[in-house]
Design a protein around this ligand. Sequence first.
Ligand code: SF4
Length: 284
Amino acid sequence: MNGLSISVSDIAIAQRCPFLLAHKIHLDKKSAWRVGKKSNGAFYGSIFHQHIAKTFFKAASNPKSPLHKKLLMAVEGGRESLSKFILTEIFFPFSKKESKNFKAEQILSIAQASDKLARAVDNFLERNSAVHFALPEGKLQDHYVHQTKNKFEKFQLLISGRYDAFIFNPAKNEARLFEFKGLKKTDLSVPLSQSLIYAWLIWKDTKILPSIEVIYLEEENFSNIFAPGIVKDLIINTLPDLFKAVYDVLTCRRRPMFLKDEELCSVCKFSKTCERNMEELFLT
Ligand code: SF4
């Protein structure tokens, strides 16, 4: 059986359109992931993730961190104290150091996103005591083996990636995976794309099926929570076909089966040459 490696972020590109992944991998179009993405430009998701969320989850997961004790006390105090902690201990030092590099509205967006982080974490902690904060951006890796009676259809993929943040409560077998999106909810991409794959990897690794909270950093009504039951249904009903499409793209053995998203095609910079390129690329 052939084994091929792929990252979670590349699989997420294929979920939006397998031909976008083909453009990225085979035609060296590195910006393919950006097609159809919308952001108001005021907020830098990766800056928030790097300087605020990652610092928070690092301090929460590491007892040796100078912020760890204070953070646990803030957690005890509920949402307001958690929000205050994130602002004073993480956001203010960041803005003092970095404010000259950003516009005022970007700094404001990051402050607002910091409060969203506090609300999301507190929401999970309300029902869970003695939780364990996992290290941020933990690496997950496992094989997907496609089982079928037809031996020519069997394949496996080695899938790896780093989740944003993850909290679990081993006593109750509960966990929550957080995905921070610096994009609008109206984005054409499927919001759960990467999170579902991380949830599947965590499930395989720990036997705990997490709930998923997608946090849109640029939205007022910012949070979508998917309970473990829904996550399980989505994993079972969507991932095998997605992995199959990814395998088809990687090997070029045949055109992946999917319904073209005309809205996405209408804003895609590859639309003029897409059909011709794909015809040349795929064997059948
Ligand atoms: S034109 Fe449409 S089908 Fe082709 S890569 Fe773009 S989104 Fe996908």
